[in-house]
Design a binder for this molecule. Structure first.
Ligand code: UDP
Ligand code: MN
Length: 494
């Protein structure tokens, strides 16, 4: 049931700057509410000046842009190192948020932050922003969960640094677990009434937590998400995502999408929480007991991706609701590429031709273009997810550029037994886009009963009558996990 304020209109007119510190308001539901803004901290933020302050883009020079700045984190760590850990952010909330009051008694929360090889300043800025912009009484603890990082600064140095924050605890996994089991470890140790999950490269914005906890206090079967703002991976400028408030959704291939809220479903007050079918994934709050009643996350989930569907569906099926809260805003650094290694079994990589010793490359790939051969990109640190020589076998038995969680929606496509192999919008209907990798190393196309062949001199890839003895028809999947491949081929003839 919605509650209505009794005296709020009068108050707004007499105190234009907010509702006045510490004043309580009784609403029709009999619950006391108050203004949770921390005006002192807001004042302090307003006074700050310097590069990157108020979420302004850092002025980049040529050398700041060097690729080495991005290599370890997928975002520009030089810029991160050069802006203050306690930098100020712009208050980009809907103006109505300034006048909102929330329950006087809110549950406290454990803030759980998983990290794997996070940058030093990006991690510290996450913690500092939480400490500076969150009412202390609402923080039960901040649990940093290290997912088996190997960077030196995340060991003793981190422990020594965190001594200054009485509420920060550091726990570590015993082996690389991936995001989900790392979050689960944090959740299993948490003592707060609510669990709030954040990424290790966030900055929370003004009064971000009370609106989240308020929603859970009103109905504990609720998962709530802040608006996720964008911290630019180049210059660290802070701004809303394109389109700002949208609902989470997914398409038939389970790709996450944000779709605008239809006008008929829009709230009279756009700053009010609105329901969303699926959450974005990383940042949310949930009642701790209810999280476990839902069964937590499926611990079999690897690394990341997909968990937002798992938890969202359980919420709906168990009679709960999911809300996005426009008055709660948290900035997140969206990476340029994923910098860390994803264990084999979750990704398939290069496809190298035996005769040519060249790799299939989709560099200039767009729908309708032909695939070509190119020099194989080097392994190791230079191998980034932005390269176009990674391919994934989809569950529809098609082959797509990209690693499994960030594949592009183009598939290997051939129209006949003698045509080139092109990239074409995936249709998921097998047919022209149905492939199998056979034990003799050929890439077989069942619909035309032919195999992928190549011309090393011209770097061309085309279909041909199968000849397993010809090395131009032999392809090697590098870094492949055999179980994944066998599963893919389970129905294929060999
Ligand atoms: N993470 C982790 N273990 C992993 C991969 C990621 O603990 O194997 C952490 C990571 O440090 C971050 C969160 O999980 O705090 C989400 O991962 P990431 O930021 O890489 O995902 P993105 O936000 O780019 O989708
Ligand atoms: Mn992240």
């Amino acid at each position: 049931m919605r509650a209505f304020p009794v005296i709020i209109i009068w108050i707004k007119e007499t105190l234009p700057l907010g509702l006045g510190d510490g004043q309580l308001f009784t609403w029709t539901d009999g619950l006391k509410r108050k203004d949770w803004h921390d005006y002192e901290s807001i004042q302090k933020d307003a006074m700050r000046s310097g590069k990157g302050e108020h979420g302004k883009p850092y002025p980049l020079t040529e050398e700041d842009h060097d690729d080495s700045a991005y290599r370890e984190n997928g975002f520009n760590i030089f810029v991160s190192n050069n802006i203050a850990l306690e930098r100020s952010l712009p208050d980009i909330r809907h103006p109505n948020c300034k006048h909102k009051v929330y329950l006087e008694t809110l549950p406290n929360t454990s803030i759980i932050i998983p990290f794997h090889n996070e940058g030093w300043t990006s991690l510290l800025r996450t913690i500092h922003s939480i400490i500076n912009r969150t009412p202390d009484s609402l923080i039960a603890e901040i649990i940093l969960v290290d997912d088996f990082s190997d960077r030196e600064h995340l060991k003793e140095k981190l422990e020594e640094y965190m001594v200054r924050f009485a509420k920060v605890r550091i726990v570590r996994t015993k082996k690389r677990e991936g995001l989900i089991r790392t979050r689960l470890l944090g959740a299993s140790l948490a003592r707060g009434e609510v669990l709030t999950f954040l990424d290790s490269h966030c900055e929370v914005n003004v009064n971000w937590l009370p609106p989240l906890l308020n929603q859970i206090a009103l109905n504990h079967k609720t998962i709530v998400c802040p608006m996720i703002d964008v911290i630019d991976h180049n210059h660290f400028g802070y701004e809303a995502q394109a389109g700002d408030a949208m609902r989470g959704a997914f398409d038939w291939e389970m790709y996450y999408k944000r779709i605008p809220i239809p006008p008929e479903l829009q709230r009279a007050d756009p700053s009010d929480p609105f329901e969303s079918p699926v959450m974005a994934g990383g940042l949310f709050a949930v009642n701790r007991k209810w999280f476990w009643e839902l069964g937590g996350y499926d611990p079999g989930l690897e690394i990341w991706g997909g968990e937002q569907y798992e938890i969202s569906f359980k919420v709906w099926m168990c009679g709960g609701g999911m809300y996005d809260v426009p008055c709660s805003r948290v900035g997140h650094i969206y990476r340029k590429y994923v910098p860390y290694k994803v264990p084999s079994g979750t990704s398939l990589a290069r496809i190298r031709n035996v005769a040519a010793n060249l790799c299939v490359d989709s560099k200039h790939g767009a729908t309708g273009t032909e695939l070509r051969l190119d020099i194989c990109v080097k392994d190791g640190s230079e191998r980034t997810w932005s390269h176009e020589q990674l391919f994934t076998f989809g569950w529809r038995e098609d082959i797509r550029p990209g690693e499994p969680l960030h594949t592009r929606k183009f598939c290997f496509d051939a129209i006949s037994h003698s045509s080139p192999v092109t990239l074409y919008d995936c249709h998921g209907m097998k047919g022209n886009q149905h492939w199998s990798y056979r034990k003799d190393k050929t890439l077989f196309h069942p619909v035309s009963s032919s195999c992928i062949d190549c011309n090393p001199a011209e770097k061309k890839i085309f279909m041909n009558r199968c000849d397993p003895l010809s090395e131009t028809q032999q392809w090697i999947f590098e870094h492949i996990n055999m179980t994944v491949l066998e599963k893919f081929n389970s129905k294929a003839s060999s």
